[in-house]
Design a protein around this ligand. Structure first.
Ligand code: SF4
Length: 288
């Protein structure tokens, strides 16, 4: 089978940095606590766990040692708790996420009601919420009704949202009315490039695969965007999850991967897809 890979896919710099920092810390200290899974990939989590990393849900379960802050960041409250307990911090918060946190705090200082467009359950959004006193999260259209339109609104966006969604929500805010509006583009360029190259690719292929964790927000977003352009899009974690029957009759496959998908997963998937023609002959002898 012919396979094309999206121009940009797989680990982003923020995730690479977090994993490198985790490895480095484990080599020097032997043990590190990570606040939430470092990435949405079980193989990588297992590898780091075998080196001594312990994933915890809350700081309550840590009494001493070193805490790694993953690329999504941590809330101000969590950082304060870490400091109060005298724990050592290894901060792997992505620089782009830190930028969003800083902008939220600055907007509030300038008198704006901070509004973030994003998923309120996502740790990045939760961390941003903690960096200003009153942040309103716009997860969907319904949330727009809660905005106080007499206030000066300072609008930012979760780094991994799509530009189209950001633009649509801002347009709706403008239509609803406001006294003053300041919009700061906080989208991650890496994510935008991944999304645009995936969309471009899925238009050229018979079948599209988006590889990555089922809980990974950026992978889910990639899959959602690809599905809109190519209904033959499948979001899978790895080759083992593929039902090869979906390949029958397809000639060209496209592959992309979320920011937390290791290169090895992409490579294995692509190699096996490329070898698929011979299997097709066995499985579908009459196919031309
Ligand atoms: S997706 Fe973008 S913002 Fe998120 S960790 Fe990666 S580089 Fe940073």
């Amino acid at each position: 089978m012919q396979v094309r890979i999206a121009e940009q896919c797989g680990f982003c710099p923020g995730v690479r940095n977090a994993i490198a920092l985790a490895r480095h810390t484990l080599q020097s200290k032997g043990r590190v606590y990570c606040l939430g899974p470092i990435i949405h990939n079980q193989d990588v989590v297992n590898e780091l766990t075998s080196m001594g990393m312990k994933t915890v849900d809350s700081i309550d379960s840590i009494s001493e040692g070193t805490v790694l802050i993953r690329s999504h960041g941590a809330t101000k409250k969590q950082l304060q708790e870490i400091e109060n307990k005298g724990l050592t911090v290894v901060d792997a918060t992505c620089v782009l996420v830190k930028r969003v946190q800083k902008i939220a705090a600055e907007l509030e200082k300038q008198g704006y009601q901070v509004v973030i467009i994003g998923d309120r359950q996502h740790p990045e959004v939760q961390a941003v919420v903690g960096f200003a006193e009153h942040v309103q999260v716009i997860g969907s259209e319904e949330d727009l009704h809660n905005l106080n339109l007499h206030k000066k609104l300072g609008v930012i966006c979760q780094t991994t949202q799509s530009p189209d969604h950001f633009a649509e929500m801002v347009a709706r805010i403008i239509k609803n009315g406001f006294s003053e509006l300041k919009v700061v583009n906080t989208l991650c360029r890496e994510t935008m490039h991944r999304q645009s190259s995936a969309i471009e690719l899925c238009r050229q292929v018979d079948i599209m695969f988006v590889l990555g964790g089922l809980h990974s927000a950026n992978t889910r977003k990639l899959a959602e965007l690809c599905k809109k352009c190519n209904p033959n899009t499948f979001h899978l974690q790895n080759w083992k999850e593929l039902d090869i029957r979906v390949l029958f009759g397809k000639r060209v496959a496209g592959v992309t991967a979320g920011a937390s998908t290791p290169d090895s997963v992409v490579q294995e998937f692509v190699e096996r897809l490329r070898q698929f023609d011979s299997l097709t002959e066995t499985a579908c002898p009459n196919e031309t």
